[in-house]
Design a binder for this molecule. Structure first.
Ligand code: AMP
Ligand code: ZN
Ligand code: FE
Ligand code: FE
Length: 302
């Protein structure tokens, strides 16, 4: 029998944070939606990194199977002074908007250049991995997980997280920073396309409240991912408290990328229905007024 450890066997019906081969997930959008259906999910959010390229396919298959696919995105940003990353989700985004598509194209172009430079750096250290192979592994938006897979194939790491730890996490020898986008600008980008911006897995960020959440709220953030992956009850409770304090919509999901990528199975985290209904209502409200246009600034230093 096929290995199904990576698919939830709970009664959960909602998972708002998943990835496909449009970015660094292992399943094509159609396949992901089929798996979600088999897992008993009724609603999923497809939030690929810097691309909306998987959404049309996922939504079409979802309509055939009776799975609602919420159009979403995840934009990884860097905190100033090398203080880590903040990932910004955008729900119910207008993924047909040409301005959004152009901004995302620029972000993906920067990802390509960065990927190439990382491979070059690793090759200069004597590792035999190639950009051609990384490009083959990445069918859409290129990310470090694709470099990680090439490292595993080359025998330089035992799994994805070993590849990060040894080579491509910040401070490791193969690391090169991404196009520097601030979390606030990612929030503005999501809002410019009528999406609901949400700070992802923020318990992974130290002192997130003052340093990250407050400025993001001032920039227009509207949600906080609380029911995330393996977060324990205490962490979820703390995040729900922050969400209430700043009037943010709590969201949640598994961050599913496929087998052996992240620990939580597809659908493996309970997400209350109220999250979806609040996101839906907020998205409808956002569309009542013309969105403020946003253009990506040139990459910042630091
Ligand atoms: P990038 O956006 O190219 O910098 O790649 C970041 C992505 O890599 C994240 O969104 C995660 O999906 C994945 N990632 C980051 N750190 C790890 C890790 N330690 N183990 C496995 N995947 C990771
Ligand atoms: Zn990812
Ligand atoms: Fe993330
Ligand atoms: Fe994610």
């Amino acid at each position: 029998m096929a290995n199904t450890d990576h698919i939830s066997t709970t009664n959960n019906t909602i998972d708002l944070h998943t990835h496909s081969t449009a970015s660094d997930g292992l399943y094509a959008p159609a396949e992901l939606v089929r798996l979600a259906h088999e897992a008993g999910l009724r609603i999923i959010g497809l939030a690929d990194h810097d691309t909306v390229g998987g959404l049309a396919e996922a939504i079409t298959v979802g309509q055939q199977l009776g799975v609602e696919v919420i159009p979403a995105i995840e934009i990884n940003t860097d905190l100033p002074n090398k203080q880590g990353e903040a990932h910004v989700l955008g729900y119910f985004i207008d993924y047909h908007q040409p301005e959004l598509q152009e901004s995302l194209r620029l972000l993906r172009e920067a990802r390509q250049l960065r990927g190439e430079r990382m491979v070059q750096k690793l090759r200069e250290m004597g590792l035999n991995i190639t950009w051609e192979r990384v490009r083959e592994l990445a069918q859409g938006s290129v990310g470090r997980p694709h470099v990680a897979r090439a490292l595993i194939e080359g025998g330089y790491a035992s799994d994805v997280s070993d590849a990060f730890d040894k080579w491509i996490a910040p401070g490791r020898p193969g690391y090169i920073p991404r196009y520097k986008l601030t979390p606030e600008n990612a929030v503005r980008l999501v809002r410019s396309a009528y999406g609901v911006p949400v700070l992802a897995h923020s318990a992974n960020i130290q002192d997130a409240e003052e340093r990250v959440i407050v400025p993001m709220v001032e920039a227009g953030m509207q949600g906080l991912e609380c029911f995330y992956g393996q977060y324990d009850d205490q962490t979820v409770g703390h995040l729900l408290g922050l969400a209430e304090k700043y009037h943010l919509i709590p969201t949640g999901g598994s961050d599913y990328h496929g087998p052996n990528m992240h620990p939580t199975p597809l659908g493996g985290r309970f997400v209350p229905e109220m999250c979806v209904e609040r996101l839906r209502a907020q998205a409808a409200a956002n569309r009542q007024q013309p969105a403020k246009p946003f253009t990506l600034p040139p990459p910042a230093e630091g």
